[in-house]
Ligand binder design. Structure first.
Ligand SMILES: [Zn+2]
Length: 468
């Protein structure tokens, strides 16, 4: 069998094991994983030498917000820069969101969103569908599943933006998605107590005294954990499939673990900023830049998140990328309720998990692959096409040097953001080379792909009968 490309001599990593092997690629797919393939095809096939390197599946960032309008501002990164930064971080698939406004059809909102990505995306992509008005949108849900969108999102907060669902709508969505074979992604924070704490602190004297620290002071861990507890109860009763996005609190990990032991279908993801930062960042002169929802919490939460990730209670890492420039963030003017929320992230996701997880022995390299590639692919319906190095899967492959570190500098990253939460940090785990469907998109840490190469990938949860 002839090959288009062979990645030779690397340490090929899956969620379970690491083997020395060559990977043969043909027609954009993995055609063979075996020793000495390169020798067999010597002189006839292009060979990339991956000696002393890890060879990983391309990571999946299942939670990004590119080209998003919020509160009269548009995020700094669109589908072009957002997927360039993904590629250089070893992410070869992203899943963004379609957010129809109340009264808009899901189909119409999807068409518009696909138009924003087409011709721009440099890696493969899909969309989750936000349910902002369940009673009117429910009838379109089966059609969305047919179109490759089996994951739906609701928000427990953001009433003013027209995104908030009440518990009745969450309950009904879980019931509906159980019937039609979909999964509910939930932004879990409890609105009433949050609003109360914000209102109490939204005074000139408090803002002068605490500045950006008020963002953290008004969102203690119970704001998330109480919402997680409520949602778990609805999942238990409806037997719907629940996925808590961006888990930030240790208490939430405890709740999810207990529910899983009791047989509730609940899973979760956490993000690099919760694993690497603490709320101390809000005390710095640039503290407001770090505002995101939910916000980063205490060191004890960070420790519990790493434990949860290690044990698999938290099965996935994603970034919740939502970038705003300094100029955009600076519009807060000292008022913590006016900070545009979100951080850039896809480029530093795997490097943070690798450097602070694998190199600090909190995770094995196989666990990194499972949490950043394989489990996200399974949970989001991309498996086995993506998320694994296996014959027949897409040749989404990343070559990583095990120890070589690079200093993070926002000027060298691919986000249009003019800052990074990890500025000056020394991280290993960036993509030295990356391939998407067998085409090289990163070479020697430089992006060499092009806009429009990324394809829309329809997703399906039907494989989950086998893989759960
Ligand atoms: Zn998000």
């Amino acid at each position: 069998m002839s090959m288009d490309l062979i990645i030779a001599n690397g340490r090929v990593v899956t969620g379970e094991k690491t083997v020395r092997a060559d990977i043969g690629i043909r027609g954009g797919k993995i055609a063979s994983i075996a020793p000495k393939l390169a020798r067999k095809h010597a002189g006839r096939t292009r060979v990339i030498d991956a000696s002393d390197r890890y060879v990983l599946p391309g990571a999946i960032d299942e939670h990004v917000h590119l080209d998003l309008s919020v509160g009269g501002m548009v995020t700094a990164d669109d589908f072009e820069s957002g997927t360039q930064m993904a590629a250089c971080g070893g992410v070869t698939s992203i899943v963004d969101f379609v957010t129809p406004h109340r009264g808009e059809s899901l189909q119409r909102a999807l068409n518009e969103r696909r138009g924003q990505a087409e011709g721009k995306a440099c890696v493969d992509y899909g969309f989750h569908m936000s349910l902002t008005d369940l009673s009117r949108q429910a009838r379109e849900v089966p059609r969305m599943i047919e179109l490759g969108i089996p994951t739906f999102k609701q928000y427990m907060i953001y009433a003013k933006a027209g995104l908030q669902s009440n518990d009745g709508e969450i309950f009904a969505a879980l019931e509906l998605l159980r019937e039609v074979g979909g999964r509910l992604l939930l932004h879990a924070e409890t609105p009433d107590v949050l609003d109360l704490l914000v209102e109490r602190n939204h005074t000139r004297s408090q803002m002068n005294r605490y500045g950006a620290r008020l963002h953290a002071r008004t969102r203690p861990d119970f704001i998330e954990a109480q919402a997680v507890a409520r949602a778990i109860e609805w999942a238990r009763i409806t037997r719907g499939s629940l996925f808590i996005v961006h888990v930030s609190a240790g208490k939430s990990v405890d709740l999810i673990e207990q529910a899983q032991q009791e047989g509730v279908s609940v899973r979760g993801e956490t993000c690099p900023h919760y694993l690497a930062l603490t709320e101390r960042v809000f005390g710095g002169s640039d503290g407001h830049l770090y505002a995101t929802c939910p916000q980063v919490k205490k060191l004890s939460d960070q420790r519990r998140l790493w434990e949860g990730l290690k044990s698999g209670v938290i099965g996935c890492v994603s970034t919740d990328t939502c970038s705003f420039t300094r100029t955009q963030k600076n519009r807060w003017g000292g008022d913590f309720t006016r900070i545009p929320m979100g951080l850039p992230g896809s480029e530093t996701m795997v490097p943070i998990v690798y450097t602070h997880g694998v190199l600090k022995r909190r995770l094995t390299i196989n666990e990194l692959v499972d949490r950043c590639c394989t489990t996200p692919a399974k949970v989001m319906g991309l498996y086995p096409r993506k998320g694994i190095l296996r014959v027949g899967s897409d040749a989404d492959i990343v070559i990583v040097h095990p120890t070589q570190r690079r200093r993070v500098d926002w000027r060298l990253l691919h986000s249009r953001c003019d800052w990074s939460p990890y500025q000056g940090w020394s991280l290993a785990g960036f993509a030295e080379h990356a391939f998407c469907r067998g085409i090289q998109i990163v070479k020697d840490y430089q992006f060499i792909g092009h806009a429009g190469f990324g394809q829309y990938v329809p997703r399906s949860l039907s494989c989950l009968v086998m893989c759960e």
